[in-house]
Design a protein around this ligand. Structure first.
Ligand code: PLP
Length: 274
């Protein structure tokens, strides 16, 4: 057997699940392409496939299908899955470079988990308070020391997005669901962005939002685009607009989203959140 055949991940993309993921991914990619054309955009948004609740084997299958970006919303699950993905995909290079996929952290994050997240995540989309900025920056400093001592090269700065709360309803009136809580008020975006921009080890990426559950996403995404335009007038590099999920990716693309976070329509239904 050749070395490649002995790699545990080899062949996963060719099984039934691999074929199912290929078909779903093709359908989502053509929706993205059509919406991008319809919006008259020449850039293609980055598709982040949200793999929460699905196993590392699926991440390996997706990587074989050309997916380079995956999203997770809980540290414990993401941490274990990133390690398992590396194991299945084969050992990384001795200098720690070239992971199989880039991991995007997209959920509410406790500051005491920052030290774990900086080990596997290339971006955190859900920065919602100054204390988390400080925790991520401190964790990055310690991570660079750790890598130096282990003989690994420095990691890239952590891309950080300001999560914005676009829901006009008071919290007690919101239905439960993804993004029901979390994010700063629109008038707090600039202050938090400034804190990220000034923090060592972090790179200000832009803004992120979840459309308010049960409301029309169009005005919400329009507001997000306005906030992004205001932000890039001060920080020209902060161009990311992370918006759009399975249900509303077309509306997000129309509003200028640069990063889509799509789970269900690529992977199929998740078990209900307990
Ligand atoms: C789960 C999740 C998604 C993906 O949602 P789908 O409806 O499954 O596409 C996107 N963004 C966040 C923040 C999530 O938690």
């Amino acid at each position: 057997m050749s070395g490649l055949d002995q790699r545990p991940g080899h062949g996963l993309a060719d099984d039934d699940r691999g074929r199912e993921l290929a078909a779903r991914l093709t359908a989502v990619r053509s929706r993205v392409e059509e919406a991008t054309d319809a919006a008259g955009r020449s850039d293609t948004p980055t598709l982040i496939v949200v793999t929460k609740f699905h196993p590392a084997e699926d991440v390996v299958r997706l990587a074989a299908l050309g997916v380079q970006d995956v999203g997770e919303n809980r540290d414990q699950e993401a941490r274990a899955k990133a390690a398992e993905t590396d194991r299945l995909a084969g050992e990384p290079a001795p200098d720690g470079s070239a992971p199989a996929v880039r991991w995007h952290f997209i959920g509410q994050l406790q500051s005491n988990k920052a030290k774990y997240v900086v080990r596997y995540a290339s971006a955190v989309h859900s920065v919602d308070r100054e204390s988390l900025v400080d925790a991520l920056s401190a964790a990055m400093a310690r991570e660079q020391v750790r890598r130096g001592e282990a003989g690994l090269r420095e990691r890239d700065p952590l891309d950080c997005l300001v999560q914005v709360d676009l829901d006009p309803r008071p919290e007690q009136d919101r239905p439960a669901g993804i993004g029901a809580r979390g994010g700063v008020a629109p008038d707090e975006v600039k202050t938090l962005a400034g804190r990220i921009s000034a923090a060592d080890g972090l790179r200000l990426g832009g803004v992120m939002a979840v459309a308010p559950l049960g409301l029309d996403p169009v005005p919400a995404f329009a507001r997000l685009a306005e906030l992004s335009a205001a932000l890039t007038s001060t920080y020209p590099e902060a161009t990311w607009i992370s918006a759009g999920m399975s249900q509303d990716l077309e509306q997000a693309i129309a509003a200028g989203a640069t990063h889509l976070r799509v789970g269900t329509d690529v992977l199929g239904p998740r078990p209900p959140v307990g």
